[in-house]
Every structure is written in structure tokens, then in C-alpha cells.
Design a binder for this molecule. Structure first.
Ligand code: ZN
Length: 375
């Protein structure tokens, strides 16, 4: 196992910070993979809402409530740095500083790089780090601008949307998408004029189907009730860990494995191949390690094999791309519900891994194999 990942699992704060930095820099794939199997325990809470809703002050109070229960909490404060929001955010972050001496609290600021879709997958990777490090709760706080507030729903079990009275057309502004992704609405600064009007506006949209709670986060009023409600909600399905979706291997159909290995092993100097015959697919397989990924050479054992048919029709070449997923059944369920063409029921193939194939018509033109991380 990766050294930093091992230290993260042991709860080492410096290793946690280092892992976050590496993942943010796009250089933590090994860490993400090693931690991927140690997640799933933390409650992931998304907090979003327009600028000025008092999210950081609210989060600060929420930390105190969670800590009072003896639970450990990590906060990922996402700054859309590309949005030129000035220095206000930094001031907000400083409000959470009082928890910095607390070993049960870890606050991490993260800048999103792109304007759109900047939140995932890096934020997701960071939640993995804190989850694996044993934090009971991971709060992802995003400034509700651009796509971030919608995306937070993909990586949080519960999403709270904070609004404040007197911001004008806030309901109109947040209407698209956010109404669906919110699990609860929090009217913050509810001691201010217009709180009741805001309540009515939200209620007119949600028709009693979602909770609307009131807080005054400068005093902490109502925050414990919000936490209680968050804990009582069923956890929504979070997108599979960012540790997944690495290219497990590329499948290459060849006329002769021996001939191909003369190129890859003898010529290019790649390491020894793992050889195997998969009877169910009527195929001989040679796996060549290529960094964290692999090349899978496929040679038919029989003229009725799909690889034989592929060779006949298309000639030797890339046959499929294999992506690793954390939970194959979950991925298949998601794809099926979206209308993708799954070609087989999950079965066990080379190396004892469970896999399915997805038809090229659904994937942008390539036969896609989804392979489960842990078998
Ligand atoms: Zn394969």
C-alpha cells in the first residue's frame, strides 16, 4: 500500500493534508485507489446556497454541535476561485478557525479550477480521504454559484440549501435544479425581516415535501435541530468513489499472443505477462502490467469466440476499454435506469473479477468493460 495512504488510514493529520494536496494536483491516483476500499462509513453532508447566506458561520456552528456528540468532523470548503469573488470567502473561513486546535476537526479549503463542473471529482476524492481517515462526518461546503451547487448532490448523502431573507429573487435564482437536489432548506438569519415571506416562497415550491428549518447561525439557534434532521434522513446514493473509474486495462484482440508478446516483452521490454485461459469467453489472455493499468492481449481459442469474430470482421486492434468501478451492481443499475445497453449479467472473468460489457452504441463507440475493484 502507498505510504501516505497507510498514514491516512492511521489518522495522521500531516498525511491527510499531503493526500489532499496530491489529489488536488491530480497526482494522487495511487492514494485514492488504496483508500477506496476503506470508505463508506462517514456521513457526507453537502451545504450550499447563494453567497451571503452565512454558510461558513452555519458550518462553524454545525461543527460545534457535531463535536458535542463526540463525533469527528471534516469540512471541505470549496472556493470557486475562478469566479473572482474577492476576499469575502477568506473572512468566512477565518470564522471556523476556532476549531483548528481541535484534533477531532479538520478544515480543508479547496479551490475549484474550472468554471463549470469544478467540484467533482477532486472533492469526491477528498471526501474519500477523510472518510478513510475515520471522520464520522464530512461536510462539503460550496458557494452556490455555477454548477457546484448541483454537483454537490452527487457526492453528498444529504444536501442542505441555505437561504437568507431579503436577498430579493433568491427563489427564482436558485430554482432550476436546486429544488430537486435539496433534502432540506435552512432559512438562516431567520431573525431578520422577510423570513416568513421566504418561508412561504419555498413552501410554494416544495409543497410540504421537504423540510424548511430556521436558524440564526450567529447565535447557533436552530442548528442542533438541523443536525438532528440531517441525521434522520435516509442517505442518498453517492457517485462511486473517485478512486474508481481508472482504466483497468485495454483489451487488444490479436491473432497470436506469442507473436504480440515478442513485441511487448522482448522488443519493448515490458514485464512478464500473466497468462490465463477464460473458457467462458473462449479466449486466451495475457495481461501486461503498464503502470497502474494493464494491456490485455486476447487470442481466440475457438472460431466461435467473440474475439475470433472481431478479428474476422475488424482485424487485430483495440477490442475494448475496461474501467474499474467500486460497485458493479450499482453502476449497472444506474446505467440500466439511464437506458444504456448492458450486454451481459455480471460474471467472473480473468483474475476472478466480476465484469459486464456495455454496448458501443451507449458509450460513444467503444466496447466498454466495467470491472469491479474488489472481488
Ligand atoms: Zn478485458
Amino acid at each position: 500500500m502507498n505510504e501516505i495512504a497507510a498514514a491516512v488510514l492511521a489518522g495522521d493529520r500531516r498525511a491527510i493534508a499531503r493526500a489532499c494536496s496530491l489529489l488536488e494536483a491530480g497526482r494522487g491516483q495511487g492514494i485514492a485507489r488504496d483508500l477506496g476500499g476503506h470508505t463508506g462509513k462517514a456521513l457526507l453532508v453537502g451545504i450550499t446556497g447563494p453567497p451571503g447566506a452565512g454558510k461558513s458561520t452555519f458550518t462553524d456552528q454545525l461543527i460545534a454541535v457535531i463535536r458535542a456528540e463526540g463525533k469527528r468532523v471534516a469540512v471541505i470548503a470549496v472556493d470557486p476561485s475562478s469566479m473572482k469573488t474577492g476576499g469575502a470567502l477568506l473572512g468566512d473561513r477565518i470564522r471556523m478557525q476556532r476549531h483548528h486546535q481541535d484534533a477531532g476537526v479538520f478544515i480543508r479549503s479547496m479551490a475549484t479550477r474550472g468554471e463549470m463542473g469544478g467540484l467533482a471529482p477532486t472533492t469526491l476524492a477528498l471526501t474519500t480521504v477523510f472518510d478513510a481517515a475515520g471522520f464520522d462526518v464530512v461536510v462539503v461546503e460550496t458557494v452556490g454559484v455555477g454548477q457546484d451547487e448541483i454537483e454537490v448532490a452527487r457526492l453528498a448523502h444529504v444536501v442542505a440549501v441555505l437561504l437568507v431573507p431579503g436577498q430579493g429573487d433568491e427563489i427564482q435564482a436558485i430554482k432550476s435544479g436546486i429544488m430537486e437536489i435539496a433534502d432540506l432548506f435552512v432559512i438562516n438569519k431567520s431573525d431578520q425581516a422577510g423570513a416568513e415571506k421566504l418561508y412561504q416562497e419555498i413552501e410554494a415550491e416544495v409543497h410540504g415535501e421537504k423540510a424548511i428549518l430556521k436558524t440564526v447561525s450567529t447565535t447557533g439557534q436552530g442548528v442542533a435541530e438541523v443536525w438532528k434532521y440531517i441525521e434522520s434522513l435516509p442517505r442518498r446514493v453517492v457517485v462511486a468513489a473517485a478512486a474508481s473509474f481508472v482504466i483497468d486495462h485495454l483489451g487488444i484482440a490479436v491473432g497470436s499472443i506469442d507473436e504480440a508478446l515478442r513485441f511487448y516483452q522482448d522488443g519493448l521490454g515490458m514485464g512478464a505477462a500473466m497468462r490465463e485461459t477464460v473458457e467462458s469467453e473462449k479466449v486466451r489472455v495475457a495481461m501486461l502490467q503498464a503502470g497502474e493499468s494493464r494491456l490485455e492481449l486476447l487470442e481466440p481459442t475457438d472460431a466461435t469466440s467473440t474475439i475470433a469474430k472481431f478479428l474476422e470482421k475488424r482485424g487485430p486492434g483495440i477490442h475494448h476499454v475496461a474501467l474499474r468501478v467500486a460497485d458493479l451492481d450499482l453502476s449497472v443499475e444506474r446505467l440500466r435506469s439511464g437506458g444504456a445497453r448492458i450486454l451481459n449479467e455480471a460474471r467472473i472473468g480473468a483474475g476472478g473479477h466480476r465484469y459486464v460489457f456495455v454496448h458501443p452504441a451507449s458509450t460513444g463507440g467503444v466496447l466498454l468493460e466495467l470491472i469491479e475493484e474488489h472481488s
